[in-house]
Each structure stands twice: as C-alpha cells, then as structure tokens.
Design a protein around this ligand. Sequence first.
Ligand SMILES: [Zn+2]
Length: 425
Amino acid sequence: MIVSKYIMKEGVLNEKLTLFKLLSYMKSVYHIPQKIRTLTDKRKRRSIPLFNIVMPTLIFLMLQYRSFHTVFSSPESMNRRLRNCIRGKMPKVDAVRDLLSQIDPDELRNIHEETIDRMKRNRIWKHGTIGGCRVAAVDGVELFGSTKKSCPDCLARRHGKQGTEYFHRSVVCMSVGGPPHVILGQEMLKPRDGNEKDEGELTGGKRLIQRLRKRHGHFADLIVADALYLNAPFINTVLSCGMETVIRLKDEKRLIFKDAQGLFEKGAGKKEAFKRGRTEIETWDLAGFEMDGVAKKVRVIRYHEKTTKKNGRTEENWMWLVTTDETADNQTLWKIMHKRWDIEENGFHQLKTYYHLKHCYCHKAVETVFYLIIIAFNMKELYLYRRTKDFKGRKITLISVSRMFQDELHMKNMKNVLYESEKGG
Ligand SMILES: [Zn+2]
C-alpha cells in the first residue's frame, strides 16, 4: 500500500519550524535533491558539479535572497551558509549563471509536474475546497523589465520618451481556497516577430489550461479569473477541458451587463439575502444568458455588499460575475470570487515582494529560475501548512520564517540531508 504510506508521511506533524526539516521533507516525500541530480549538464567544463550549483540556488531562492550576487559573491556574510550546503569547491556567480543558462527549463518543469502528481496522490486538496469545489485561479504576472537589455524571448512595449521597454510575462495557475496555496503551473508569453503584437494573456492562459489538463487530468472543478478573461475562446477552452468558469464582470458597456442589469432592476432573479460577519449581501441571480461565441448559456450574478464597520459607518460594494456553472449556489460563488484574491494576496504578492520575481537573477535563464522559484514556493507552502502543527494559528509571518531559516543555515550543517541517500549511503 504505497499510497497510504505517503498519505501518512504528509500527515506527520512537526512542532518546531526548521530549514533542516523542510529540506528533509523535500528529500523524503518529493525527492527534490535526487531529481536535481538527474538534470542534463550541457557545459563543456564541469569543474563544479551541477548539483553543487542548482541545489544551493534553489535553497537561496527559497530563503528569498535578493540576488545571486548577494549569495555567491559576498564571502564575508555568506561563506558559512554556502559551506553548510555545498560539498567541495564554492561556485562563483559567473559559474552559476553559466550553468543555469544551459539548463533546459522543460526538465525543471518535469520536476515541478512530478511534485503536483505527488500532491494529488497525497490528497493535498482534500480540505482546500470551497463548497466542495476544487478551485484554481488564473492570472498574469510580470517578471522583470529593462529598457537597456533584451533577449530573444523578451516582450516589448513602447514607453513614450524612454523608448522601448523589454520584459517577461507569465500566466500562472494556482489553487485557491484554504492553504497550502500551490502553484499548479505557469506559461511564459511569447514574443512575435516584426509588427505582430506579442502574445496576450488570454492566449497564454488557454495554452496553460490545456497543458495542465493534458498533464494532470481533472486538476480543478472550476477556474476563477478576473474580468480580462471574460472572453469566449477562453471560456470555451475551459469548458472543453471539462471544467466550469467563474469570471468577474466589470465592463458596464458590455451587452451582457446591460441585459442583466435591465432585468435585475425590474426585480428579476432576486434571491434571499445572506450574511457573512458584518456584511449583508443582496443577490440577483439569473441563468440563460447568451454570450457571443460561448458554447453554453451563462449565468449572471450581481451581489450588493453592505458592511457595517465597528464605528457604525457602512461601506457598500457591488460585485458582478459570469459563470458557466449551473449548479453551484450563489453563496459558494460569492466565496469563490472573494477567494480569487488569494492568488493576489498569497500568490503574486508573495512572489513579487519576497521572492523578488521582479529582480532579474539571470536573463539567460528566466524560465529556469522561475521554475526553481515555483518549486521553492510550493515546497515551503506544503511544509508550513501541511507538516507544521497549526502554523496559521501561531501567527508567525512568512518573512520571519525566511529569517529564521537564513540564520539556521548560518549555524547548521545541511550537507548530510542534501548529499546522502535516505538509507545512510
Ligand atoms: Zn528577455
């Protein structure tokens, strides 16, 4: 019974947070160090083994260091940390960049995909559903930009007097609901030749959903997205993959908005109001709308939220959504739409602010570095929210976790866990 063995492994709870335990977990459950050893090394000169560069890079990205330069070129502060996770010669920053730029990002994507397979087997999403639905959000995220340097994969935009700005952008799919929040996948947007416009988020989003479906099967019941994704080809793609969509409706000029508004104003579709904490929510919910090009009739829901603050003042807010889901009740859909912010607050915000996604670690290895960050992000989420007893209740900030881990690496030797096989070899 291999399956139940791993469920047990996921379920074991740790008391104290340590980097050592996180690395042991990555090794024993997800086999990350073992898989890094199998990456193809295309370098001609290999004075430092691939593992001695990629594994520490993954660790230092996970510990959220600001740049490779900070890590690999400042022996005063970093020497002990490097020595505590590398056997043999220390790599210099140039060797790190040289190797990363030669790694095939698809090989790292494979490692990432295998971690998702394992999470599925370990039933990570058993508790993270919203009203019984497994929900994933899709959204775009911008990586670094520059007006000076560019590469063949750069996207470009005109910037008035400053000239052209080059940048990289990716569409990310992430689980939403309760933690752990897991990045399911990403798709880099591609540039176009000549005068053709660079690829947009919708194109990347469609490709990502199709790829995830093909690789992982039914990875979610429902895809939630912002108003940009209210687009027939995108919705049809999700439907053809056997999932439903919940998408924000913002544009008051859209036909579907006007149609629904006309009916709602006449009192059609009015449902019973419900309460969430200090907020009272009025709901209008009507099915049977046609959206140009969409393979199925859609439902439009309008929420009017009225929150009474502690000081007695009230705050009002309207929220509209379009969904292809015929059965989900409107309270669940309200919750799903609010949880979409999870991907902003817990996902992108974290990536940008703490994982320094906007920093160019290595321009020749954008996707490779991004996959290392994704693996680091997921492993840390899983360790904190699955393996650590009541991490949420302990109210330790994620930034202090990183500081604790940085200090620990300064003090403690991690080489045994990284270099030796599980059965002491
Ligand atoms: Zn570039």
